[in-house]
Design a protein around this ligand. Structure first.
Ligand code: ACM
Length: 676
């Protein structure tokens, strides 16, 4: 399934292909690219045409691409493709004429040729053409007198067939527009699977006509109607994205049991669990009525979702209710199942047979791994990479999600380093490694709302998308970040809110404070991920996510750029970096006095007052170190140690954020410490 055979052109992007200042930022990097002289102008005469009559999905995609190109450039463009290809600026050649569901492993290859007079996109499949259209959009940059696409020859196809994003819609419900804009963003970076985590202790989010108490009692009215689901399935299909539904069982199942307590392993009553974690409610695998219910549910749900794969969860069963139930315990003994793990394996086997009966292939989290399970079950490894290697060795197709958990709010560079074929996978045979289908980024939403979720997913997920699409040789983190910043901007043109709601969320903290000062504070901090937040505060579904920790973006671009500038300056002192560093440090130093009165007046921002005061101290400390470096003096060991100790204290989380601004200041202080 994986095509790692090709020769990759590291192509630190397009070299000096035209006079334009701005070079295209392609993400994911294509497999092979060569650059020629010249560039194609994007002006109001730009037209798209098809070499042969297009399949309807491709026709819609072309119209959408033209609309995006027009939005991204501000150039008015006719949205209707032309029928006479002699009039077309971009000609699309794709032989597929019949719409069909996308399937795992189908070709997504395309070839894109741009010259100064024309562009030509060729793909054997519609989905390949969709990928090529996204590359074309990313090629367009402001050139000499107009927007242009540089002359290139690109041959591209993915390394992994499965490049997914999971969104949990249970902890916090995500309305239809949230899903739409995230599908738009996935399309931009060539991701092809949306894993929809529909049910959990905190919510049942799908309308069930057969068992209506599931959504009626399990969702507080926040669920997708079957029409919503059909709409989003079509929306995703148009973008070449398959949808995998997940109905988590036998654990994480409190919302099954509110209306149907007889399916549970304890008498109940049950209710929606509003807090987050692992809880006891669990289906009773010893009851035939449970399998009849699941059969009925599958009978209703499997026709709704056209994809061949169906995820049954299977994670985090704590066994508490099974241990406490004497009839379940005697079932374990009489069936020689050994323990609760054996009981879950028995349950999985029964469910697998039902999933298969309904024409689907079952998927589960790595807890489902068991010698008795059929080998076509897809295992999704989230707890570690060893389970991925073990599943592959045991004969299962497997996905990696460990390392791609977005809710930990790790830097994009950390996710970028995680390659499914590295680590324990290195010991696999070629046949075993070929079972690694790809991976999925996971967005669990205990600490994300419809307002904040985009900023938790994007732009970092684009780095994961590249890891899964591009060659393993695409590993230059600096290049990745340069392009990520540009992709991040371009996602804003698609309606993703990771940038666009930042100012509003900051201003809400203190409506009369100067926005630029709020932004300076927001840009200096980074929010804690799930492991940091869960210990700090008693969160539940109704806790407002409207504090500084929620407004702050997962990875501060401004701090990263300052770190890059400081690294350059320390390696080779120069006036332009020095001036930029000085400006930023002065801004920090002076920021607290500009914010102080708002900080104390705002109930939301009060908790950030010590951080703001420390940011000023950081500015002063950084300037002291910069002055020493400039004068070729050292701070001296005692002073340097005092400063470094103070920095360590400042880095401790407060108000559920860390002061990321410490990092570049530490670099300066260490640089000026004088050999210490
Ligand atoms: C999981 O994160 N519980 C799959």
């Amino acid at each position: 399934m994986n095509c790692i055979r090709f020769a990759f052109l590291p192509a630190l992007l397009i070299g000096s292909f035209l006079n334009a200042e701005v070079k295209p930022a392609l993400m994911p990097l294509p497999r092979k690219m060569t650059v020629a002289d010249g560039a194609l102008r994007i002006d109001p005469k730009f037209r798209v045409g098809f070499a042969t009559r297009p399949e309807a999905r491709l026709d819609r995609a072309a119209r959408r691409m033209i609309a995006r190109l027009s939005a991204q450039t501000g150039v008015p463009l006719a949205s209707v493709p032309v029928t006479d290809t002699r009039l077309a600026t971009l000609v699309i050649e794709c032989p597929e004429t019949v719409d069909r569901p996308d399937t795992l492993g189908e070709s997504e290859a395309y070839q894109l040729d741009v010259t100064s007079s024309r562009a030509r996109l060729r793909a054997p499949t519609v989905v390949g053409a969709l990928r090529g259209l996204q590359t074309f959009l990313q090629l367009v940059v402001p050139g000499d007198g107009s927007f242009v696409a540089p002359a290139v020859h690109i041959e591209d196809e993915p390394r992994f067939a499965w490049r997914g994003l999971l969104i949990d819609v249970t902890s916090h419900f995500m309305p239809v527009p949230v899903i739409e804009r995230n599908l738009d963003a996935m399309e931009a970076v060539k991701m092809n699977v949306f894993h929809w985590h529909f049910t959990d202790d905190q919510g049942w989010r799908v309308e069930s006509k057969r068992y209506p108490k599931l959504h009626q009692l399990g969702s507080n009215g926040a669920y997708y109607t079957q029409d919503d689901i059909r709409h989003l399935l079509a929306y995703a299909h148009d973008r070449g994205i398959r949808i995998i539904p997940e109905f988590d069982m036998p654990g994480h199942s409190a919302t099954w049991l509110i209306g149907y307590p007889e399916l549970g392993s304890a008498p109940g009553p049950y209710s929606i669990i509003r807090t987050f974690g692992v809880y006891d409610p669990v289906l009773d695998p010893t009851k035939e009525s449970v399998y009849q219910f699941i059969d009925g549910l599958l009978d209703e749900m499997t026709p709704l979702f056209p994809d061949a794969y169906f995820h049954i969860g299977g994670d985090e069963v704590n066994g508490v209710h099974w241990k406490a139930n004497s009839s379940i315990q005697s079932f374990i003994r009489s069936h020689q199942l050994k323990d609760e793990g054996g009981l879950q394996a028995y349950f999985n086997q029964r469910v697998e047979a039902l999933v298969k009966k309904h024409g689907k292939t079952m998927m589960g989290w790595d807890e489902v791994l068991h010698p008795n399970l059929p080998k076509d079950i897809v295992v999704e490894s989230w707890r570690d990479r060893e389970s991925m290697a073990k599943a592959a060795r045991d004969g299962h197709p497997v996905l990696l999600s460990w390392g791609y958990y977005l809710d930990h709010l790790k830097p994009a560079g950390k996710h970028y380093e995680v390659d499914p074929l590295e680590g324990p996978a290195k010991d696999l045979t070629a046949a075993e490694a070929a079972r690694i289908l790809g991976g999925e980024a996971c967005m669990w939403t205990e600490y994300a709302s419809p307002e904040t979720i985009d900023s938790r997913i994007w732009p970092r997920t684009a780095a994961i998308a590249e890891r899964l699409w591009s060659s393993a040789n695409a590993s230059d983190v600096a290049s990745m970040y340069q392009r990520l910043d540009r992709i991040s901007d371009s996602l804003t043109w698609r309606g993703v809110t990771h940038q666009s709601n930042y100012a509003a969320m900051l201003q809400r903290l203190a409506p009369t404070a100067p926005l630029d000062a709020l932004r300076t504070l927001g840009d200096a901090v980074q929010p804690l991920g799930i492991d940091g937040r869960e210990g700090h505060h008693a969160y539940n579904q109704e806790t407002p996510l409207n504090r500084l920790v929620d407004a702050a973006r997962a990875e501060s671009v401004r701090v990263r750029r300052l770190e890059e500038g400081v690294a350059r300056y320390l390696a080779s002192p120069n006036l332009s970096d020095e001036a930029a560093i000085r400006r930023e440090l002065e801004t920090w130093r002076d920021n607290h006095s500009r914010l102080e009165s708002s900080l104390t007046a705002s109930y939301l921002l009060k908790e950030a007052a010590p951080l703001s005061a420390d940011l000023s101290r950081l500015g002063t400390m950084g300037l002291e170190a910069l002055d020493a470096l400039r004068a070729r003096k050292t701070l001296g060991p005692d002073r340097a140690k005092g400063r470094l100790d103070a920095l360590t204290l400042m880095e401790k989380p407060r108000a559920e954020v860390t002061l990321a601004a410490v990092r570049p200041v530490r670099m300066l202080v260490q640089g000026a410490a004088g050999g210490h």
